[in-house]
Design a protein around this ligand. Structure first.
Ligand SMILES: Cc1cc2nc3c(=O)[nH]c(=O)nc-3n(C[C@H](O)[C@H](O)[C@H](O)COP(=O)(O)OP(=O)(O)OC[C@H]3O[C@@H](n4cnc5c(N)ncnc54)[C@H](O)[C@@H]3O)c2cc1C
Length: 430
């Protein structure tokens, strides 16, 4: 089919990808007064749901994915949002001005005036021999979580490969379920890409205290077969073997860029968008884990574009893209934040600590209740918070308002951080 066979111009917005970013984009379009049709097509069979519980509560309990649905069926009907599930879009033909037709694997087609890509990411596969053995799990969607939950119920020895959020949350859950747990990772510290050194060191100690064995700088070179096509462990670079009857791989996610590439959009570790969520064709928008966008906060000497996988980022980027489609453009500039729950530890991170040149620790990490505040050139730029939700909110507010918290005063835990928020003298000069 060629691109001249496009739809009449009353077909509205087609959102490809029915999860956090896609549903937010559709909802925000309505909030911004967009009145033409909105269709959201998603490849998964489940109603759009929250992903964070997949590595936390859903692994513990006999909860169904319906319990973590983002919105009710009635809500979509009420908002005039047409939700089509179980359809993977495999090709898009586009004509002038952004209108076109998208085709699903089943043969169904969806005409649109404007296209939005919220296709997320897929787990990065482990590139070693044995990675396709039975008993090796990845965790991205609800079906993965249900399969992992069933496997955990039978498992004795769990090996987690990767020391990022998903790996560590699974490790914590497996430990709480009574399994022996080992974590092995290529990096030399846990959560290396997301938090600063003191927070990494705290999580290493916290997992060890709870009985998890951790091997830093030790990426498996192969997974071992028990002789019946099932995993029995992993070999490390030094030749040592870790035994396991269940392996969970959590080594990051890769943005889904196939459709963008097929459309000729610029892709560079994600679908490249500008601060309005607009892709390189000037008509298609994109949001969420699939996009690489200009950093929403000032990052001198930092990367030109970042991909930040969090609920908050997916939501804020979706609002930005919706605003553009509704002809009410506002650039994306929200302070990024996210959280992770491991055992009874709630980690919250606000801002981007990239390139910080100073940090202060507030409270005692040994008490499992502390914060780390990061500064660059004298500016407050980020904070990590363990079981300190009020401090997290104070720093998030300070960052959003371009204000600061004097580092010397921040270490006094008797004074609430929110009382210390002050004008940033350097911001005023700049
Ligand atoms: C296990 C897990 C735990 C997490 N925990 C946290 C947390 O504690 N805190 C936090 O802030 N963030 C967390 N995150 C990250 C957060 O959930 C993601 O950043 C967020 O879900 C991204 O939303 P998205 O809509 O961009 O992508 P996704 O949620 O990946 O949704 C994309 C959707 O598009 C669909 N799709 C893809 N291609 C097509 C196609 N061609 N046709 C139709 N549909 C398609 C996919 O099937 C998927 O349903 C977690 C993520 C995971 C996986």
């Amino acid at each position: 089919m060629n691109s001249t066979a496009v739809a009449p111009r009353d077909t509205g917005v087609l959102v490809v990808g029915a999860c956090q970013a896609g549903i937010q984009l559709a909802c925000s379009l309505r909030e911004y007064g967009y009145s033409a049709p909105i269709t959201v097509v998603g490849a998964e069979r489940h109603a759009p749901y929250q992903r964070p519980p997949l590595s936390k509560t859903l692994l513990h309990a006999e909860t169904s994915p319906d319990a973590i649905a983002l919105r009710s069926e009635a809500f979509y009907a009420d908002q005039g949002i047409r939700l089509v599930l179980g359809e993977r879009i495999i090709r898009v033909d586009r004509g002038d001005g952004g209108a076109g037709v998208a085709y699903a694997h089943s043969g169904r087609s969806f005409a649109f005036d404007r296209l939005a890509l919220t296709v997320g990411a897929r787990p990065r596969r482990l590139p070693v021999p044995g990675a396709d053995l039975a008993g090796v799990h990845y965790l991205r969607d609800a079906d993965d979580a249900l399969a992992l939950r069933a496997a955990l119920a039978e498992a004795v020895d769990v090996l987690v490969i990767g020391g990022g959020f998903i790996g560590l949350e699974v490790a914590a859950t497996a430990r709480e379920l009574g399994c022996e747990v080992t974590v092995t990772l290529a990096d030399n510290r846990l959560l290396e890409r997301a938090v600063g050194v003191p927070t990494s060191e705290f999580f290493l100690d916290a997992h060890i205290r709870r009985g998890v064995r951790v091997h830093l700088g030790a990426p498996p070179v192969r997974l071992l077969d028990d002789g019946h096509g099932r995993v029995r462990g992993a070999e490390l670079p030094d030749g040592s073997v870790l035994t396991a009857d269940l392996v969970v791989v959590g080594i990051g996610a890769v943005p889904r860029t196939e459709l963008a590439e097929q459309l000729g959009l610029t892709v560079d570790n994600g679908i490249v968008v500008n601060e309005y969520g607009l892709t390189s064709d000037g008509t298609t928008v994109a949001a969420g884990d699939c996009v690489a966008c200009p950093p929403p906060v000032d990052l001198p000497d930092g990367p030109v574009r970042i991909r930040f996988e969090s609920v908050n980022t997916a939501v804020e980027q979706a609002k930005t893209a919706a605003a553009l489609l509704a002809d009410r453009p506002v650039p994306y500039g929200a302070v990024p934040w996210f959280w992770s729950d491991q055992y009874d530890l709630k980690l919250q991170v606000a801002g981007l600590s990239t390139g910080h040149d100073r940090y202060v620790v507030r409270g005692e990490p040994d008490t499992e209740k502390f914060a780390v505040l990061y500064y660059r050139g004298g500016h407050l730029v980020a904070g990590d918070f363990v079981n300190r939700p009020a401090d997290f909110l104070a720093v998030r507010s300070a960052l959003a308002a371009g204000r600061t918290i004097p580092p010397e005063a921040a270490t006094d835990t008797t004074v609430p951080l929110k009382k210390l928020i002050a004008d940033d003298p350097r911001q005023a000069v700049a």
